[in-house]
Design a protein around this ligand. Structure first.
Ligand code: FAD
Length: 311
């Protein structure tokens, strides 16, 4: 089943949530509780990250299983090449298959530890595109495969034209949508979407939205992803940086403005990096007025098998 299909017109915007795998058993239990509550907001799907190096990979599979079969919500499993010989990739895919998962975000992966250069596993894959091809070759159309896109470049890919070419290769290998890295400058994102379209990328592009939790986290994430912060944002947020409530309120207004511009451009699905926290994401959705009513959500159930927007 397609996670999303981009379409222009009067369709109702939808959204999804990303969660990362906590490091402790207690953290996992807390996250299940939070996921359960956040499911009430009506996400179209959720996704669970894959830990670089595969250290917590069993946990990713387990969480995908619980989300998919206990909470009954369409769940996309991230899968990386980092530290993953083919045998481990095979196991992960088998687990996902057994859990009823039909969506994989295929990634090259971060290096195992910060600041380390990325190296391919001698028995694994080099690029996300190789993983896409492998999944296609072994599972046909069972999995809908998604890939990552970078409106402002990624760590070791600073040439924007080359990155676009590599993105196109990933899509041509069989990906059916692109989820982007976070950004704060919506004009850069929309411009990049046009560039993707210009080179013949036609699959849906799903913007990755990072709500603002605190000023420190906002700055840290912008630095980490090297994304441009519009002057206006700094001007509004910097003076209140020690007041978390004010940062969240102003942050909500800025994120709502950013998301609305995306929706107005005809991109009707927003993917939230929740950072496993509910408040900032919920505030943003409330500000946009796109949380479906209980009635709409009940009608939409069961979430599976098809989550396509083209209804
Ligand atoms: P690729 O598309 O394989 O690209 C990696 C680099 O190789 C790029 O510089 C690209 O230009 C270059 N390249 C590609 N093809 C070629 C070629 N044919 N010749 C030469 N160079 C080439 N990381 C995790 O570890 N776990 C996660 O769960 C995770 N989730 C993510 C979710 C999203 C939405 C995003 C945007 C990123 C996520 N990441 C995650 C981070 C990601 O793994 C890293 O940014 C990684 O460095 C790049 O991954 P990729 O899949 O884009 O790689």
């Amino acid at each position: 089943p397609k996670l999303v299909a981009e379409h222009k017109g009067n369709g109702k915007p939808t959204f999804s949530f990303e969660y990362f795998v906590p490091k402790t058993a207690q953290g996992v239990q807390n996250l299940y509780d939070r996921m359960d509550r956040m499911n009430q907001l009506g996400p179209q799907f959720i996704d669970i990250t894959w830990n670089a190096g595969g250290r917590l990979s069993n946990l990713t599979c387990e969480m995908v299983n619980v989300a998919q079969s206990v909470y009954g919500i369409e769940t996309c499993m991230h899968l990386t090449c980092t530290g993953m010989p083919k045998s481990k990739v095979d196991n992960a895919l088998k687990e996902a298959y057994k859990a009823g998962c039909t969506n994989i975000l295929a990634l090259r992966g971060d290096p195992p530890r910060e600041n380390e250069k990325w190296e391919a596993d001698p028995h694994g894959f080099h690029y996300a595109k190789d993983l896409v091809k492998y999944i296609k070759a072994n599972y046909g159309n069972h999995f809908d495969i998604h890939v990552a896109g970078y409106p402002e470049g990624c760590d070791d890919g600073t040439d924007p034209e080359l990155l676009l070419e590599h993105l196109k290769e990933k899509v041509d290998a069989g990906a059916s949508s692109i989820i982007t890295q976070m950004f704060y400058d919506v004009d850069i994102f929309l411009d990049w979407v046009n560039k993707c379209r210009d080179i013949g990328i036609t699959v849906p592009i799903i913007p990755g939205i990072m709500p603002i939790h605190t000023y420190a986290a906002f700055m840290r994430r912008a630095t980490w992803t090297k994304c441009h912060i519009p002057e206006k944002w700094l001007h509004l947020l910097e003076p209140v940086k020690n007041d978390d409530v004010a940062v969240r309120d102003i942050g909500r207004d800025l994120m709502v403005e950013l998301c609305q511009k995306i929706i107005d451009a005809g991109i009707l699905h927003l993917h939230f990096y929740t950072m496993n926290l509910a408040t900032a994401t919920r505030m943003c959705l409330e500000g946009l007025g796109i949380i479906p009513s209980l009635e709409q959500r009940t009608k939409a159930l069961p979430f599976r098998p098809s989550l396509g927007l083209n209804r």
